[in-house]
Design a protein around this ligand. Structure first.
Ligand SMILES: [Mn+2]
Length: 553
């Protein structure tokens, strides 16, 4: 059961109140927040460490006709970023290979075998996107091969970091760059911006860097980086560029998903576009996603969009089958006695286990560890938090079990030797006991403001000024007291979505809750009943206002 806390209203006007809730108090900050500006909000790329050296190196590669590789991560940060940098360097006249490691057989980051392969293809310079900071061994290996590496990355820089030719990372302790929240594609874009400021190829018009922002914006919205400062500008103009529908691959994908490009929102990116880009690598075909985003012709784009969507359907099928198998196993287990769920099967596909763990963590309110295997001896798994537990802290308690582990507060991954896998449940359970006794066990959600059904249309127009929403700029949560619920309707193939009418003092609007039934909330949904409705204000696909119901109290 969720707990709620009511935020104290600081201003009668909704917009002003929400700005105050975001700590935006000074007139200058207010202006910056409400009207993102490309020139003002993008900082000088040469303030990033090693940027000047990287630009020099790339310009000399261009002069000497070197073969270059862009080595990007396989997720919805690395792929758009990698496509952007590859396209750009090709437009500069360079010969570029876009290398994306295989999620399961190669894993995250640079690796020596891949570098050997690139060496054989004559590559003498590798530029990374969204990875490389921690790849000490592969970077040393590249030096032996005579390959220079320019790392563009945003992951944490610890003392033993790699020492490539250039390490462009705003999280370097010696960085003079004033914002360290860029995503991987954002950092790669700074490199593009820097090159263009020194040497603009004739083929590329003034302002070309803005046309790459659709890819950078999608990555920024997908990678869970805070949507403040320069990221707010990148997400804002990223959506603006995407809405102009100039990229055939994106247009093809959106048309398949019945999203009008001109009406594209951050939710469309988060719930529709990025899961499909991510599905590609989960299902062993990262190149399909990259090819789609870089496609130049409509026909090719349409075919690739269909393929990617099919891959995503397969991914959904694998996730559903795995959830079903786990639920079957859970039937015989008294979950009230186990603080967490730890399960595995050598036949499970590690790439989808994060998604499966998400669903289980949500359904059972417990941290979930799932493992599978794909090739070799190594067991790979994913973990999702119950919302309270810091899963990295939890894994740190039993670090000697793992070959490798990492992640964030709410999610992470791990790998370990197969013969140790049987130790996982008991060891993790005792580690959980230890850390949970020190931490709060209830999640408290903040309700930003009381509202009413009659206020919804006006509120929506105000809220648009605060978008795009995401990490660091969360969608405001409202409570609508004493609202009458009627026309309760379940819909969808599996009848797993819920639509209701919400009425109060003569005004009415529709309410929607995906993957919910009348029993999903604190209070059961009964037609004709009055309740306090908790939810977000949004538009439906036709642009009409509605309430996204989070809870009924
Ligand atoms: Mn990233």
């Amino acid at each position: 059961m969720k707990q709620y806390r009511m935020r104290v209203r600081e201003h009668d006007d909704l917009l002003e109140d929400m700005l105050l809730a975001r700590g935006v108090t000074e007139p200058q900050e207010r202006e910056k927040f409400l009207t993102p500006d490309f020139e003002r909000d993008s900082h000088d790329p040469f303030l990033l460490p090693d940027m000047a050296a990287a630009v020099e190196r790339l310009l000399s590669a261009q002069k000497n006709n070197e073969a270059v590789a862009v080595w990007s991560d396989y997720d919805c940060d690395g792929i758009p970023g990698g496509v952007m940098l590859t396209d750009f360097l090709r437009e500069c006249g360079l010969t570029v290979i876009h290398y994306i490691p295989h999620r399961h057989t190669e894993g995250y980051g640079l690796n020596t075998e891949g570098l050997d392969e690139l060496k054989e293809q004559g590559v003498s310079l590798v530029v990374t996107v969204d990875l490389g900071t921690t790849d000490v061994e592969p970077v040393e290996h590249a030096k032996k091969l005579g390959i220079d590496i320019i790392v563009t990355d945003h992951h944490i820089v610890s003392p033993g970091h790699a020492k490539p030719f250039a390490l462009i990372n705003p999280k370097r302790p010696d960085s003079k760059y004033s914002f360290d929240g860029l995503c991987g594609a954002g950092v790669a874009w700074k490199l593009v911006q820097a090159i263009l400021s020194k040497n603009r190829p004739e083929a590329l018009p003034e302002g070309q860097e803005k046309w790459y922002l659709d890819l950078v914006g999608i990555a920024t919205l997908s990678d869970m980086v805070p949507l403040v400062g320069e990221n707010r500008m990148l997400a804002h103009f990223g959506l603006t560029v995407a809405r102009r529908a100039r990229r055939p691959g994106l247009v093809a994908l959106l048309s398949l998903l019945r999203i009008k490009p001109a009406a594209l929102t951050e939710d469309d990116v988060g719930f529709m576009v990025s899961p499909r880009i991510n599905a590609a690598s989960r299902m062993d075909s990262p190149h399909i996603a990259a090819k789609l985003l870089s496609a130049k012709e409509k026909q090719e784009a349409d075919e690739l969009a269909l393929t990617l969507n099919k891959i995503n359907d397969e991914r959904k099928g694998v996730v559903a089958a795995t959830v079903k198998e786990i639920n079957k196993r859970l039937v015989g287990i008294d979950l009230t006695k186990s603080p967490l769920i730890v399960m595995g099967n050598p036949n499970w596909r590690p790439g989808v286990l994060g998604l499966v763990a998400n669903k289980l963590a949500e359904a059972h309110g417990k941290p979930v560890f799932l493992w599978g295997r794909e090739g070799g001896e190594t067991i790979r798994g994913s973990v999702r938090s119950d919302g309270v537990t810091n899963v990295v802290e939890l894994m740190s308690e039993v670090r000697e079990l793992f070959d490798d582990f990492g992640g964030h507060h709410a999610s992470g991954g791990f790998s370990l030797a197969e013969e140790r896998v049987h130790e996982l449940p008991a060891r993790l359970a005792s580690a959980f006991e230890k850390i949970s006794s020190q931490a709060p066990t209830q999640i408290e959600m903040v309700i930003d403001r009381e509202s009413s059904v009659a206020e919804v249309p006006h509120a929506l127009s105000q809220l648009k000024k605060l978008a795009p929403f995401g990490v660091g700029n969360e969608k405001p949560l409202f409570i609508f007291p004493h609202t009458t619920i009627s026309n309760v309707r379940q819909f969808g193939k599996a009848q797993d979505h819920l639509e209701v009418s919400l009425e109060c003092e003569g005004a009415s609007t529709s309410g929607i809750a995906f993957f919910s039934t009348p029993d999903s909330f604190n209070k059961k949904v009964v037609a004709g009943a009055r309740a306090d409705v908790v939810g977000h204000i949004e538009t439906d696909w036709q642009g009409r206002p509605r309430i996204r119901v989070v809870d009924i109290l």
